[in-house]
Design a protein around this ligand. Structure first.
Ligand SMILES: [Zn+2]
Length: 294
């Protein structure tokens, strides 16, 4: 675990995971300790964070946990530190309940699933802790239930998975809304942006690069020049996950477009996974989707 102090009251914990490291951020405000995200289910990242917080006497105030969104790599340690509130978007409660039900189907995940709790404080547009200088706001794009956190004192913007390096993780079909969220970030005065995986960024260049990619992705015109394995990973799963999401929304024709593109592109050596089981898994997903909606 790497620990980095940020601004006057922030601590960033970077913990190993695959394919990307996980970042957990805490804000020590006058009356609370805010913790943004709690790591991957079954990976115990929060145990290490808890140990650090205890050793540095940072668990003396009531804790407020913030779920940036419902994905299993952001909510894994909800039960590790006792918290007054678990905050998430209104849609997050239902989504997290779905995640819990899904995990309960697998024996290895059952004990972990029992410990997951949906948020007990939710909001739709924004939630401001004025005395604490902490602002939470709706920022859909990566998922429909994504939220962001802004520390007004240190001007730190915590974006969850809205930005992922090197390429955005696309799962939700409203790509224009995703771009709107990214544009809104550019209007915020921030010193640093904390991504939920790997990185801390300054400036708005990466936001613009992400917007450019999403536009190209939407038009099925992504240029693979300079693609690394991580680019390829985000790209191929973006196509498949977007298609699945489009199907769920009843947008069958559009879904097919992305599935057919995925079918072609995964045969391209730049995009094709090196791992045979991933490759087979992708083919299965693509064929299942195409068959279902012939
Ligand atoms: Zn996510």
């Amino acid at each position: 675990m790497e620990v980095q102090k940020i601004g006057s009251r922030g601590i960033l914990f970077n913990l190993p995971s695959q394919p990307y490291s996980v970042q957990i951020y805490t804000i020590n405000s006058p009356n609370y300790l805010f913790i943004v995200d709690t790591g991957v289910v079954l990976e115990n990242q929060m145990e290490e964070v808890k140990k650090y917080l205890e050793e540095n006497n940072l668990l003396t105030k009531p804790v407020i946990i913030i779920n940036s969104h419902h994905h299993h790599d952001h909510i894994g340690g909800l039960d590790v530190i006792e918290s007054k509130f678990i905050i998430g978007h209104t849609l997050s409660s239902e989504r997290l309940q779905q995640t819990i039900e899904l995990l309960e189907n697998y024996e290895a995940y059952q004990p972990a699933a029992k410990k997951l709790k949906p948020p007990n404080l939710t909001f739709e547009k924004e939630l401001v802790f004025a005395d604490e200088g902490v602002e939470l706001f709706y920022s859909p794009g990566h998922t429909e239930d994504s939220i962001s956190c802004y520390d007004r004192v240190d001007k730190i913007l915590i974006v969850g998975d809205t930005l992922v390096d090197p390429l955005p993780s696309i799962n939700w079909y409203k790509l224009d809304r995703f771009i709107e969220t990214l544009e809104s970030y550019k209007k915020i005065e921030f010193n640093k942006m904390i991504l939920a995986h790997e990185k801390v960024l300054e400036g708005t260049e990466f936001i613009d690069e992400t917007i450019y990619y999403i536009k190209k992705f939407k038009a099925l015109e992504v240029d693979f020049t300079g693609f690394t394995e991580n680019h390829a990973l985000m790209y191929r799963w973006g196509l498949v996950n977007l298609a699945k999401n489009l199907m769920r929304a009843g947008k069958v024709e559009e879904a097919k477009k992305y599935l057919l593109k995925a079918k072609t592109d995964i045969e391209n050596p730049i995009i094709k996974p090196k791992d045979e089981s991933e490759y087979q898994g992708l083919i299965e997903e693509i064929e299942k989707g195409l068959k279902e909606y012939k």
